[in-house]
Design a protein around this ligand. Structure first.
Ligand code: SF4
Length: 500
């Protein structure tokens, strides 16, 4: 593509009217002055005040900005211990003990933007550029399916060659892959394709909706307007508002499963937690649907990026656990995603304060699954990984911690999305269906892909889960025990993809 054509495309990305329609009196929903005031005015909360706030979280009510600011200001480590415990209980209440797994698939590192923290930025000449063909995307998908994954998050830089048509075509190709399972009788496939891509117009988002996009994920990176401007000097991403309202546009395009996030390490972490909360509140206010998930990647070293190595706001492990805890308590209904950017020890610790999704067997180089190379090549990937363990290893570890892996994608296919799933999550019903479907998909995984050791630990866990289900009135009252037993039996006999 010529430089001129690329320039012309870049200049036409933003549709101002698709920003203006969401503003209130010409303003967006992030007011730095208000956030700073809330953080200052809620310093030194007393124990009782914090405990009252925890009770509100435990009743699965979203916290207000003042309440969240109070939690962010807690200094007493003993009180933090209570908060970790409450966060864990909130997670158990809404999502039970399950963890959903996904794999990221990076399709292209071509990008017209210049984000200061990213190895893919346009001016980084050290980066080896590549965009996968549809055949290569299918090959990558086969490798991911071979591990046992059922869910992808597909990632693209912003570029005319990876525009909405390319993304839509890649989603269709991913869904078309069928691969004989490693040990079991059937075929593995990807049942849900989530997308992390640049903000788009409503027309382009409709193209993704038509081909069955799962969750649409856009991270604001930082909610601070001025800092945002500094870190994003050129390209469509330099427009803060275009990005801030990308998920509002997705709602208007029919995509009601949305994911927000911030890149921690660019700015004070307490400010960014408040930004995420305000984002959730505005989605609730305008559409009655909050984010399905929140992500909180920590900045890691990226090719040719100074700030990614030297920022004064890099978040320590201790503060990272705190920020995840406050997010869990503040937006109790939302899923929280911890990724393989983090080291195994920290992942173990932070999962306990309320994460619901994670990845494993992760490769983030373009073509990284099918062209397995030793180690990580900084010049081919967006950041560096802290955990390169296989899916089987991570699943086994979680089973040993009492957590069941779920590959369930039933909710989306039964229409439990958008306002329906929000209602179910807030009333702690969705977690119950998830518990059943987790068992069914876990059984599939154990038969089709697990190592002998993982199978042994996993089977014990299934027994325990079955006992819990049989003892719980909810499942008996809704005649779900018999249904579960029937489906479980059928899966043991080789049927696949049964869900409740
Ligand atoms: S963060 Fe995204 S938009 Fe920015 S340079 Fe990297 S790939 Fe491009």
């Amino acid at each position: 593509m010529s430089a001129l054509a690329e320039k012309e495309w870049t200049e036409n990305v933003i549709k101002q009217e698709e920003i203006d329609k969401y503003l209130i009196n010409g303003r967006d929903f992030i007011d730095e002055r208000v956030i700073h005031e809330k953080l200052v005015n809620n310093q030194n909360p007393d124990k009782q005040q914090v405990r009252d706030i925890l009770q509100k979280s435990l009743s699965v009510e979203r916290l207000s900005p003042d309440e969240t600011a109070a939690l962010l200001n807690v200094k007493d480590e003993e009180l933090w211990e209570e908060m970790y415990q409450a966060a864990y209980e909130v997670k158990r209440k809404v999502y039970d003990n399950r963890i959903v797994f996904f794999a990221p698939l990076y399709c292209s590192n071509l990008c017209v933007n210049n984000c200061a923290y990213c190895g893919f930025r346009k001016d980084n000449k050290a980066e080896k550029r590549r965009i996968l063909s549809m055949e290569e995307i299918k090959r990558e998908t086969e490798c991911i399916v071979d591990e046992g994954h059922k869910r992808l998050i597909v990632v693209y830089g912003e570029h005319p060659l990876s525009d909405a048509d390319y993304i839509a075509e890649s989603i269709e190709n991913i869904y078309s892959v069928r691969k004989k399972s490693r040990y079991g009788p059937g075929y593995g496939s990807i049942r849900r394709v989530n997308v992390n891509a640049a903000p788009m117009s409503i027309t382009d988002l409709r193209k993704l909706w038509k081909v069955g996009i799962g969750t649409y994920q856009v991270f604001q990176e930082t909610y601070d307007h001025k800092l945002y401007e500094k870190l994003h000097p050129s390209g469509p991403k330099s427009n803060y508002l275009w990005r801030l309202y990308s998920l509002h546009r997705a709602m208007d395009a029919g995509i009601d499963d949305l994911a927000i996030g911030a890149l921690f390490g660019l700015n004070d972490w307490r400010f960014e937690v408040m930004g995420l909360l305000y984002h959730a509140i505005d989605l609730e206010r305008q559409f009655d649907i909050g984010p399905h998930t929140i992500s909180f990647p920590r900045m890691t070293p990226a090719s040719g990026s100074d700030i990614s190595k030297n920022s004064k706001y890099l978040v320590s492990d201790g503060d990272f656990k705190k920020l995840v805890t406050v997010l869990r308590l503040s937006v109790p209904y939302t899923g929280l995603i911890i990724t393989a950017r983090e080291k195994p020890e920290l992942r173990r610790d932070v999962i306990k304060v309320g994460c619901t999704q994670t990845d494993a067997s992760t490769k983030i180089g373009i073509g990284g699954y099918s062209e397995a190379a030793e180690g990580q090549d900084e010049d081919k990937q967006q950041f560096t990984l802290g955990d390169t363990r296989s899916l089987d290893e991570v699943i086994r570890e979680l089973a040993e911690m009492g957590m069941i892996t779920s590959f369930c994608t039933a909710g989306y296919r039964c229409g439990r999305t958008g306002d329906k799933i929000m209602g179910l999550l807030k009333n702690c019903v969705e977690g119950k269906f998830c518990k059943l479907n987790a068992i069914l998909t876990y059984r599939e995984y154990l038969d089709d892909y697990a190592s002998e050791d993982t199978r042994k630990v996993g089977e014990k866990l299934i027994e325990r889960e079955m006992d819990e289900i049989k003892a719980a009135p909810f499942f008996r009252e809704h005649n779900l025990v018999e249904k579960l037993e029937e489906y479980y039996e059928r899966i043991c006999n080789g049927e696949r993809d049964l869900y409740l």
